[in-house]
Design a protein around this ligand. Sequence first.
Ligand SMILES: Cc1cc2nc3c(=O)[nH]c(=O)nc-3n(C[C@H](O)[C@H](O)[C@H](O)COP(=O)(O)O)c2cc1C
Length: 187
Amino acid sequence: MTRILAVSGSLRADSYNTSLLRAASEAAPEGVDVELFEPSGIADLPLYDQDLELAGAPELVTRLREAWGSADAILFATPEYNGSVPGGLKNAIDWASRPIRESALTGKTVAIAGASTGQFGAMWAQADLRKILGTAGARVAGDELPVTRAHERFDESGRLLDAELFERLRLHLETLAAHTVAAAVPA
Ligand SMILES: Cc1cc2nc3c(=O)[nH]c(=O)nc-3n(C[C@H](O)[C@H](O)[C@H](O)COP(=O)(O)O)c2cc1C
């Protein structure tokens, strides 16, 4: 079983990105389990501060690192705020990226997706997320998964209405799982 942790970059209760990740847990192919990382795990983190870190990482940071570090792989879904990732998500990644070279993200296989209400499906945010995660030492598997006009693709309870997108999600998870398994095989 490949255990994928699903991390939403949105803290909004009715977030399309979080809804997308809930749909991903239904779209997961056989042998893949998708578990949602609680948005509070990002919302309640202090702002990254190296002094705070050196004084001993706060408990929420330790929990974040354990959850991200113990997952086989991570699927991120990010909104786009002013052309990039939300600050809260960047902050969580900054915390998770330390200590450098032995962090929860070092060598971690990850994939990215993004939903926005606009025409471009958070493509700039996803491009930045790819760069940020790569810099932190993660291996980003597959392409972006842009979800455009997100408000038209979910019903009021956040259920995905788009069968084609459901299939794209399944393929995205298949790619992520294949990269995860390949990365686990000793060279
Ligand atoms: C501060 C802010 C900035 C935004 N900037 C962009 C943007 O640059 N590009 C875009 O496509 N949508 C932008 N949006 C719209 C978001 O895509 C939309 O609010 C989306 O639903 C957020 O994702 P969520 O539903 O997961 O919270 C912005 C929204 C906010 C609140």
